[in-house]
Design a protein around this ligand. Structure first.
Ligand code: AMP
Ligand code: MN
Ligand code: MN
Length: 341
């Protein structure tokens, strides 16, 4: 608890705070960022919301989302940075190096693999979402929660628990959300925004992706691919693929599912983002770690500039013998993390 107190004392004394979260943000990243920022503003702090990636349209309804900026300006102006939902600082993206110049880095995260990059670290793998931790920070700050903050926190918990379907949807997730609904947060409206307002282009892309699904003979591994050509044909962008990997994960035989997708070029290099999902018996984070990525046991990912055919070949090679990745026979500390993203 003393870590929380140190963070609260520091935040109360801060003046100009940069808030950041991981590139390719998900609902937990954005919900945590916005709720934390709104609460700090309620304490009279100057706040800058930073994320280097485009914001997926599904999250366009979040309060204050329009204030998120892709440039942080000079790092001199900030006395404090709060980094949310990032297991390592480089998950922030290009801005990571400049953030190291900020005198105090506060790391708030729920990844078991978090490397403790902050000056002050609050890492709680048992939390269903970073948003659940932000709820705790806001409460400890003594800021009264309002409906806008509540909407952001609810969105983070809802998305990281797979709409309350994963094993991390425990008592605290429900208890917090119960309180938030009492503040006027509307689960039906949020669910419709996040899960039920996709554009036709996404369905057209999904049809192509499902048509190209590849499986191991026993169906333990399922691989889906989103190529640049598919995106051009359907007018989609990487933000339109959010959650698609779950179609493969839901197959009755599947232990490990992957979605490979052409990523935006970095320094002119063509690369791929790979999402991995496991059904509980395989450690997706350990598999992602082989490629330099990470995540949680059931949900992990990595970025690579290997050629597509080589990524596929390596994944099928791993899938040919999933035994080394079975969490039941090779328990890893990350197992405690549950189903989180
Ligand atoms: P995604 O498949 O993009 O939804 O990512 C699932 C989870 O994997 C994320 O919430 C992160 O915890 C982790 N992850 C994704 N990409 C990376 C990466 N490049 N490096 C480390 N962890 C990642
Ligand atoms: Mn996340
Ligand atoms: Mn998260």
């Amino acid at each position: 608890m003393w870590k929380m107190q140190q963070i609260i004392t520091h935040l109360k004394n801060s003046r100009n705070v940069l808030l950041a979260t991981h590139a390719r943000p998900d609902g937990d990243a954005l919900g945590s960022l916005l709720a934390m920022g709104l609460a700090l503003e309620a304490c009279g702090k100057k706040v800058t919301f930073y994320n280097e990636s485009p914001i997926p349209a599904a999250y366009g309804f979040l309060p204050a989302v329009g204030r998120i900026q892709a440039l942080m300006g000079s790092s001199d102006q900030y006395d404090t940075a709060v980094v949310l939902d990032c297991s390592t600082l480089d998950r922030v993206g290009k801005g990571a190096a400049a953030m190291l110049q900020i005198p105090t880095l506060i790391n708030i995260d729920h990844h078991a693999s978090n490397d403790g990059f902050g000056t002050l670290n609050l890492v709680t793998p048992a939390a269903s979402a970073t948003a659940e931790m932000v709820y705790g920070v806001i409460t400890a700050l003594g800021v009264p929660l309002d409906r806008d903050m509540g909407t952001c926190i609810y969105t983070g918990i809802s998305t990281d628990t797979g709409s309350f379907q994963f094993s991390n949807a425990g008592r605290s997730a429900f208890a917090i959300c119960e309180e938030l609904v009492g503040l006027g947060v509307q689960p039906d409206v949020i669910a419709r925004q996040i899960y039920g307002t996709f554009p036709l282009r996404r369905l057209r892309l999904l049809a192509l992706v499902l048509g190209g699904i590849e499986l191991t003979p026993g169906g333990e591994f399922a691989l889906m691919t989103v190529t640049e050509t598919m995106m051009a044909e359907t007018g989609t962008t990487p933000a339109d693929t959010d959650g698609m990997v779950n179609y493969a994960r839901g197959l009755e035989t599947v232990k490990l599912a992957a979605l490979i997708q052409a990523a935006e070029k970095k320094n002119g290099e063509a690369g791929f983002h790979v999402s991995l999902r496991a059904n509980g018996s395989v450690d997706a984070a350990a598999v992602a770690g082989l490629f330099g990525g990470g995540g949680h046991v059931p949900a992990a990912g990595f970025y690579t500039e290997l050629p597509l055919e080589e990524i596929k070949a390596r994944l099928f090679d791993i899938a040919g013998d999933l035994a080394p990745w079975e969490v039941t026979t090779h328990p890893l500390p990350e197992q405690a993390a549950g189903n989180q993203a």
